[in-house]
Write a protein that binds this ligand. Structure first.
Ligand SMILES: [Mg+2]
Length: 316
């Protein structure tokens, strides 16, 4: 069955508007099955065992029906990368029409982080700010920096993965004296077994990324298992992968936070339009167009070999 799916593979290279986590061109592989396109796009440096979960998600998307849609649009957050270029930030903000929540990447440099956060805060007091540290801080650094953010730009909605480990997140929650919600991202999506970790006392929110977690069914099970509110987020995917995240968000019983599914705005070209209207993405089917986005043959071979190795990991 996988051979058949593999024969449908397209690999496209999507130019980014700005460098995001070192990526300037995003390569993604797409497969088409009975139920539409599925995306397989682990970052290039990821190993096969981790990447195999992304493949499981692509296969599910192509070969399984979508779960029932419980809502027709998904409110999204804008994502601001680790940049203080005024023009880049202004252009990005303009590409998120009606969006009321911004996720700001921080962690590398306190004073630059504050400048970036203040710029977003200047959009208005009604704007929610959430920050993503990608596990860069120790507990001590987290305390210092979060107090500094709080003093300079006011309260934020939550902090995503402030420290790398669950123990540190728990210690931070115990020690900090400002209201603070912590969202767990890497500790779940990089865990060998996301069902085996105990988030109690360490996190208030779970980040659900459909590809790294192995598909919609498994993501829903992980959210249910941990019993915490969920935020659906993307992994810098093409419109195909994003739209699968939109389907996941549409199928969650409770959705109380804006979702991180607007990263299409970071791309200069894409395989489909996914317009943000009044701060939300519509839950709908895509109109795919690969026009001049295909990669060179050597990159196609690279992705084909990677997909076959990951299929082997999955035992299919
Ligand atoms: Mg994150």
């Amino acid at each position: 069955m996988f051979k058949e799916l593999l024969s449908t593979m397209r690999v496209v290279a999507l130019p980014m508007k700005t460098d995001f986590r070192g990526v300037t061109v995003r390569e993604v592989a797409l497969f088409k099955g009975e139920y539409g396109w599925g995306e397989f796009s682990p970052f290039l440096e990821y190993g096969d065992p981790e990447s195999s979960r992304w493949l499981a998600s692509a296969i599910e998307a192509a070969t399984q029906p979508r779960p029932p849609r419980l809502r027709s649009s998904i409110p999204v957050n804008g994502t601001i990368p680790d940049s203080n270029d005024k023009k880049i930030i202004e252009d990005l903000v303009a590409s998120y029409p009606g969006v009321m929540t911004y996720k700001v990447k921080v962690g590398a440099n306190l004073s630059e982080d504050i400048v970036r956060l203040a710029r977003i805060r200047s959009l208005g007091r009604k704007v929610n700010i959430r920050i993503d540290v990608n596990g860069l801080w120790s507990v001590e650094q987290a305390l210092t920096n979060l107090y500094a953010f709080y003093e300079n730009v006011g309260p934020f909605e939550y902090v995503e993965q402030p420290c790398a480990t669950l123990d540190e997140m728990r210690e931070l929650k115990n020690k900090i004296h400002i209201p603070l919600k912590i969202a767990a991202d890497e500790v779940i999506r990089k865990a060998e077994d996301p069902f085996a970790i105990d988030l109690k006392g360490a996190a208030d929110i779970v980040m659900l990324k459909v590809q790294p977690l192995g598909g919609i069914t498994r993501s829903l099970a992980i959210a249910e298992h941990h019993g915490l509110p969920a935020v659906v987020s993307s992994a810098l995917e093409s419109a195909v992968g994003i739209n699968y995240g939109v389907e996941l968000a549409a199928s969650l019983k409770d959705l109380n936070f804006d979702c991180g599914l607007a990263t299409g705005s970071l791309m200069a070209k894409n395989v489909a339009e996914l317009p943000i209207v009044d701060g939300s993405l519509a839950v709908s089917d895509l109109d795919i167009n690969f026009d001049s986005l295909d990669v060179a043959p050597d990159r196609y071979e690279w992705w084909k070999n990677r997909a076959m190795r990951c299929a082997e990991v999955l035992g299919i």
